[in-house]
Design a protein around this ligand. Structure first.
Ligand SMILES: [Zn+2]
Length: 167
């Protein structure tokens, strides 16, 4: 299913741990870019729903596009959201957000969808399919978002406390 917000759950958890070293904006942008192809298939009724974009090779090619465009879009978005303390998104954070974004997308979709062939063209297999149930997968993503959100603010407060103490 294109544009599921569930993909953001693990991203929020990673953000909580890596803080400023990881761009959640670019991660989210990568989720959108990954699902443009399935969306077009749904709209036109033609092509393989989870086709080339949903392979590890496709994800490797989409990640640079997500980093290069997402850094500037993210800076723009942060300006609109009036969060100047997070601008500019640093390039390493953009690249990390993009690659973790596209690869985690493949992992989650591999568990979710029967038609995905993540290892194509080398293999037609998908060993992750329903390795856990859909219900458990959704629960994991929701819990990751909640725990990640709480952890993000806790780590953030701890870091700024340390900074204040050191100043
Ligand atoms: Zn997808």
């Amino acid at each position: 299913m294109p544009f599921t917000p569930l993909h953001m759950g693990p991203g929020i958890l990673v953000k909580a741990v890596l803080q400023g070293s990881f761009s959640l904006m670019v991660f989210g942008w990568a989720q959108i870019l990954m699902d443009i192809q399935p969306l077009l298939v749904m709209l036109t009724g033609e092509g393989h729903l989870h086709g080339f974009t949903h392979t590890y090779i496709g994800a490797t090619l989409i990640a640079p596009a997500a980093a290069l465009s997402g850094k500037y879009l993210g800076d723009f978005g942060l300006r609109i959201l009036q969060l100047p303390q997070h601008i500019p998104i640093r390039w390493p954070a953009a690249w990390l957000g993009a690659f973790i974004g596209t690869y985690s997308h493949i992992v989650l979709d591999s568990i979710m969808h029967a038609d995905i062939r993540p290892l194509a063209p080398f293999s037609e297999s998908n060993i992750l399919f329903r390795v856990i149930s859909l219900g458990d997968l959704h629960l994991f993503c929701v819990i990751a978002a909640i725990v990640g959100g709480a952890l993000y603010f806790a780590v953030n407060a701890w870091l700024s406390d340390r900074k204040d103490a050191g100043a």
